[in-house]
Design a protein around this ligand. Sequence first.
Ligand code: BDP
Length: 681
Amino acid sequence: GDGYQAWLGYHRIAPGNVYEQYAALKAITVNENAEVIRTAVTELSRGLQSMLGYEPVVEESGESAGSIVLGTFGNNAIVDRTFAEDTRSAIGPEGFAIKAVKENRSIVIGASTAPGVLYGAFHLLRLMSTGEAVDNLDVVQNPVNQLRMINQWDNIDGSIERGYAGKSIFYKDNRITTDLERVRDYARLLASSGINAISINNVNVHKYETRFLTEAYLPDVAKVAAVFRAYGVKMFLSINYASPLEIGDLTTADPLDPGVREWWRAKAAEVYAAIPDFGGFLVKADSENRPGPFTYDRDHADGSNMLAEAVKPYGGIVIWRCFVYNCKQDWRDRATDRARAAYDHFKPLDGRFMDNVILQVKNGPMDFQVREGVSPLIGAMEQTNQMIEFQITQEYTGQQRHLCYLVPQWKEVLDFETYAKGEGSPIKRIVDGSLYGNRFSGFAAVSNIGDDANWTGHLLAQANLYGYGRLAWNPELTAEAIAEEWIRMTFGGDEQLVRTIRGMLMDSWSIYEDYTSPLGVGWMVNPDHHYGPNVDGYEYSKWGTYHFADCHGIGVDRTMATGTGYTGQYKGPNVEMYESLASCPDELLLFFHHVPYTHVLHSGKTVIQHIYDTHFVGVERAEQLQAKWSELQGSMHEGLHQQVAARLAEQAAHAKEWRDMINTYFFRKSGIADQLGRKIY
Ligand code: BDP
């Protein structure tokens, strides 16, 4: 009842239709011994035992009826016999095929690699734990994205930057934890949702984490890598750009200095000696006070290429973050626009990056706000590998005390038409590498887990972690379908429960948006920790995060005509869509335009009335979440019910604080009364 099993709890299945099908499966047949295949067998046994109440026999060969046969092509006669050449050739490195063989009621899972077999096994378990029929299975799947990565923002002292679910599961007392049980369980969760890569330390790399690259830590890092390896998850490290100075005895980190290049080559050799399948480096440079090539008057192509050259002999890659902007700007300088920064920095460098460098770009140009425009940098660099970065941890979306299912937000971003290569250039086609034929591409996201018993603090926030993995595997899945899978796997298949929770999840982002930040404006949060309302919290600060509210109006003018010119970074019809007040979508109006409070939206309401209405309605909707949840009492373990009920109560109360603070602020600024005469302080 604590939620630790998350979506891998595998509820016992009651006798009935599908039960008869599942219970026909009595054995697992496998003749390969690769580590990841053994993992697949363990996972299948565990899942079947939990769902059906008996342990399947594991056998090497034999054609016994009712067997799940696992194997890679060319190594298993049954697998080879089951899948014709055209199926086999349709399956990429991590894909799989599953086929039900009627005659002897068995199910065959085939893949070209061991990780493919594991994904196939997890797929079968998913089908069974969501109550799907398996007697007619004929499935071929390949992941759409090559890199499906998680970024931990964990620090060696056990804290987690922007972590809302307890302490790190990786570190304790300034060491890498030696009890890797929980890390293993995390690897299971990740692999079962399709994740294949992880960086295990914060992108802000401080003194102790810099030493991960030394023999003081490398052996322990290698042990963590081994845990993930068994689940087909490749390990990466965030590195400190100034490492040659901090853990070497160099006096410079200049990327064009031959001594520095040599230092990194030797370092890479050392890391790969310890971890032969090490993924590579993740780098935050020249951003928010982190060191980088700018110190030496070099650019980010120079910086990343130096590292890429060092890891290249081992097939390693360098993931270079594009979250680069001036965090010490003068707020009086109204022409500087942080939203422009990533594009302005990186677009001119297109074509200069080595082919094992990937630029990691946040989904929006600011910073994981409740709503913002889609980053115009994604797709703007035809000759450069790119991946998208999402934030699963709810830094600006309620910190896992409020419910906010983020998959719908991510879907909107992925489906956004960029016109990068004319019509048919949505974000998802850029980050899957298909639009420009990139060598490397994919998804990264900041994790939301910690050592809380239920991993994510808010139990329902598990859906974001699960959903991220599923979406990275296949961005065509709908947010509803992903929610439903997660609910069935986590809580079982009670239909009313499924409907209710699915509805709650699907509404939650818009509810959170309602009582927090209207019309794309963002940043009205308390500085530093970013929780709770504070309209002017960032208004006179150096971070470049403003709303420009005064007594006449609100919003950031990012037009080319009169503003910062940010709209010009988009392509094709998007430029005009955002540039013109007439066509700018309501939900992003204040992200792109500064307008009077009396400006009339497409919805027919004025801006000020929209602010009032959404904040009143948002609170009511938050209260409805609470009411809906209470109806579910008795349909799940009481412990699970209680923990969510407590969070929803806090949310409903806190939503009122948001409502009152925002409405009062804008009432006082604008002096315009609420048309419905509701109480505003
Ligand atoms: C911001 C966070 C900060 C991160 C930074 C980043 O507030 O803690 O270090 O992004 O992504 O969202 O580097």
